[in-house]
Design a protein around this ligand. Structure first.
Ligand code: BTN
Length: 270
């Protein structure tokens, strides 16, 4: 059975930037598109669009994101500082760690959500959430639309995802979408404010170090051989560490190089 989303509870769950607009849709094309529209009209940071179903959900690298009833689909508007765009941590990675911690708080004790660089969230090696960040600029400066698709409930996913995707009921958890959203914002809001520095004179360097340590601890491929898929190439090497700006430091033949985007796949040791 599918239930309707509770607009009041979702609005209350967005504990960060309370006061910014919230829209809740039973069905929409893409929540990212809707937030981009609102951003173009001057919407403030924290603007949130949530949907129960998307008919044109988008994933990274031009893929579609299956968005049937039972999942949670939402997009959030961020207005990062220029400085944090140049040298800060990507908001998508920050959202990934916040979501790992949120899901850990809502699932049985033995469940430890993991991060697949740069920002997929996995449980037991299968994807439970994908995150899409889309940047634009308007007269208020940079606008970043952060979209999250989370396999919260028992949805009918396409058969081709059976081996690679999971849903929270498969690991014995049945939180409501409102609870998941609340647990996410409880972590994301303070983390983003500290890292972006929007609410302070400057961002906090010790917060960045703590963030990088916590993110690294949730990346099982770190330290091992990986294959990194780039738009026009595939490179192999050892995933040495995260760079100060959340990039992947890859070592090949004794030479280290930092990548800021790509798709990681664990490779077999030689
Ligand atoms: C990925 O892993 O490829 C990213 C998937 C992002 C999906 C979310 S669902 C809410 C928001 N609206 C979209 O159209 N896409 C994102």
């Amino acid at each position: 059975m599918t239930t309707l989303l509770d607009e009041g509870a979702l609005t209350a769950a967005r504990t960060w930037c309370a006061g910014a607009p919230v829209e809740v849709h039973e069905q929409i094309g893409s929540t990212n598109d809707r937030v981009a529209e609102l951003a173009a009209g001057g919407a403030p940071e924290g603007t949130l669009v949530v949907a129960r179903v998307q008919t044109a959900g988008r994933g990274r690298r031009g893929k579609t994101w299956a968005s049937p009833a039972g999942g949670l689909y939402f997009s959030l508007l961020l207005r990062p500082r220029e400085e944090s765009l140049r040298s800060g941590l990507p908001a998508t990675l920050v959202a990934g760690l916040a979501l790992c911690e949120a899901l850990e708080s809502l699932t049985p004790a033995e469940v430890r959500p993991q991060l697949k660089w740069p920002n997929d969230v996995l449980i037991e090696g299968k994807k439970v959430s994908g995150i899409l960040g889309e940047m634009s600029r308007d007269d208020r400066g940079p606008a970043l639309v952060l979209g999250l698709g989370i396999n919260v409930g028992a949805a009918v996913l396409p058969a081709e995802l059976a081996a690679s995707a999971t849903q929270l009921p498969e690991v014995g958890a049945t939180p409501s979408p409102e609870e998941v959203l609340g647990a996410f914002f409880e972590r994301f809001g303070p983390l983003w404010s500290r890292l972006d520095g929007n609410s302070q004179a400057d961002s906090d360097p010790s917060a960045r170090e703590a963030f990088l340590r916590a993110a690294a601890e949730r990346m099982p491929s770190l330290g091992g051989p990986v294959r990194l898929h780039l738009p026009n190439a595939v490179v192999e090497g050892t995933f040495r560490r995260l760079s100060p700006s959340g990039g992947l430091v890859l070592e090949r033949d004794g030479v280290e190089k930092t990548y800021l985007a790509g798709e990681v796949q664990a490779a077999r040791p030689q």
